[in-house]
Design a protein around this ligand. Structure first.
Ligand SMILES: [Zn+2]
Length: 253
């Protein structure tokens, strides 16, 4: 800026004349993007101000959050985003479910790939919940016999009637609920995340602390955690008919 003859007090008006830009010649070679920027309409008695153009072209007042949102790397929206992240989610459960969706948990089938010596004790790769299946994402959520028992306790409370214990099928079922703000959708999503969270917690407890809880007990913990969350929400009860909420025996206003 200094080399081109500008200083901190230069104004936009200094590089606009007769509604055209007066960019320094060297800048047009360095920043070809300048050629396509429309010159501003200069209004008398209006102060210059900073604006930030978002990636979709909309201009905002300059704010760090908008700058970050423009500059951050972004991928295509994944179909399960609303299933994991929603206004009423329990953040630590949502975070764990997000890791499950991304297959980023440090399960032992993954750790084995890092073992360059190939001398892994195969007994240690076993699922700590059932001692027979592999310690992997597909097995833990929820094809493991222990996880199946837990999910069988949970799913009637979410009105889920699919017989599959694959998390992909369960997620697909939840995503097909037309209204994602409905009681059924909210309860289903809370229960899926809570079940994943507590099953992973139980897997770790057995692996590292040698403590164990029965599937019934884990089911109870999941239900009471989600019930506590539901009690804090303002959910409209349908005027007629039997509601899924009746199964939860929540105090209703
Ligand atoms: Zn298992």
């Amino acid at each position: 800026m200094h080399r081109a003859g500008f200083d901190l007090y230069s104004k936009v008006l200094d590089i606009v004349e007769n509604d055209s830009w007066l960019w320094p010649r060297a800048w047009l070679d360095l920043f070809p993007v300048l050629i396509n920027i429309q010159p501003p309409i200069i209004q008398a008695h209006v102060e210059d101000s900073f604006v930030w153009r978002h990636h979709d072209g909309v201009e905002f007042d300059h704010a760090a959050s908008i700058v970050w949102d423009t500059l951050r790397a972004r991928n295509d929206r994944v179909p399960w985003v609303d299933l994991v992240w929603f206004a009423n989610c329990i953040p630590k459960h949502a975070f764990l479910l997000w890791l499950v969706c991304k297959r980023k948990l440090k399960t032992q089938d993954k750790l084995r790939q890092w073992d360059v010596r190939g001398a892994t004790n195969l007994n240690l790769l076993c699922c700590s919940l059932c001692q027979s299946g592999p310690d992997s994402h597909d097995h833990l959520f929820f094809e493991c016999s222990y996880a199946m028992q837990v999910w069988s306790i949970i799913r009637p409370l979410a009105d889920i009637h699919t017989s599959s214990f694959k998390i992909g099928d369960i997620m697909e079922g939840l995503l097909s609920i037309p209204n994602k703000n409905s009681v059924r959708s909210i309860i289903g999503r809370l229960l899926l995340a809570a079940s994943s969270y507590f099953i992973w917690q139980e897997r770790n407890a057995r692996l590292f602390n040698s403590t164990r809880r029965l599937a019934d007990k884990l089911g109870e913990i999941i239900v009471s955690t989600v019930r506590l969350k539901l009690a804090s929400l303002k959910i409209k009860r349908p005027m007629t008919g039997v509601s899924l909420l009746d199964k939860w025996r929540l105090p209703m206003t």
